[in-house]
Design a protein around this ligand. Structure first.
Ligand SMILES: [Cu+2]
Length: 163
C-alpha cells in the first residue's frame, strides 16, 4: 500500500514536470518581438525649400532581423537607401530591406546607408527632434515597429565626420 502511494506520487510529479517543459517554449514563442538597440540617431539639418533629408542611426538586433520600412510624420514618405561610389559617381539606390544580423551593429551613416525622408513638410532645424518609425521583421513573419527620435544636427558637424 505504501509502495503504491509513493509510485503514484512520483508519476504525478513527472506529469507536472512534463507539462512545465511543454509550456516553456510556448511562453518564449509569445515574446519573439525583436529586441533592437537604437543608438546615435540623428538627421542632417536641411536648407529652407530642400525636399529631402537623411537620417542616420546605429542598430544592433539581439536576434537575426531586418529593417524593412521606415516612416516619419515630417515627410510624405521615408525610404531606405544605400549609397556607393561607382567610377567616381555617387549612386543612391533604394534598399528593399537591410539585414540586421544578431549581435552586429549596423551603422547607417553619411556616404552609406541612410533613411531618406522624401517630400519634407518642414525644414529640419538643428536641435529639432524628428520622430521616426522603423519596421523590423524578425526571422518569422511578424513586424515590429520601433519608435525613435533623431536629433537634427547642422551640416557642419556632419561634414566633420564624413571622410
Ligand atoms: Cu537617399
Amino acid at each position: 500500500m505504501t509502495e503504491f502511494k509513493r509510485t503514484s506520487k512520483t508519476l504525478r510529479a513527472l506529469c507536472v514536470l512534463t507539462a512545465a517543459a511543454l509550456a516553456a517554449p510556448l511562453v518564449h514563442a509569445q515574446s519573439t518581438a525583436p529586441s533592437v538597440k537604437v543608438e546615435n540617431a540623428w538627421a542632417r539639418a536641411t536648407a529652407p525649400g530642400q525636399k529631402t533629408g537623411s537620417v542616420y542611426v546605429d542598430l544592433t538586433s539581439a536576434s537575426n532581423a531586418a529593417l524593412v520600412a521606415a516612416g516619419s510624420p515630417v515627410a510624405e514618405r521615408a525610404e531606405l537607401h544605400s549609397m556607393s561610389t561607382e567610377g567616381g559617381v555617387m549612386r543612391m539606390r533604394a534598399l528593399p530591406r537591410l539585414e540586421l544580423p544578431a549581435g552586429q551593429t549596423v551603422k547607417l551613416a553619411p556616404g552609406g546607408i541612410h533613411v531618406m525622408l522624401v517630400d519634407l513638410k518642414q525644414p529640419l532645424k538643428p536641435g529639432d527632434k524628428v520622430p521616426l518609425t522603423l519596421s523590423v521583421q524578425s526571422s518569422g513573419t511578424s513586424l515590429t515597429t520601433l519608435k525613435i527620435e533623431a536629433e537634427v544636427r547642422a551640416n557642419g558637424s556632419a561634414a566633420a565626420h564624413n571622410h
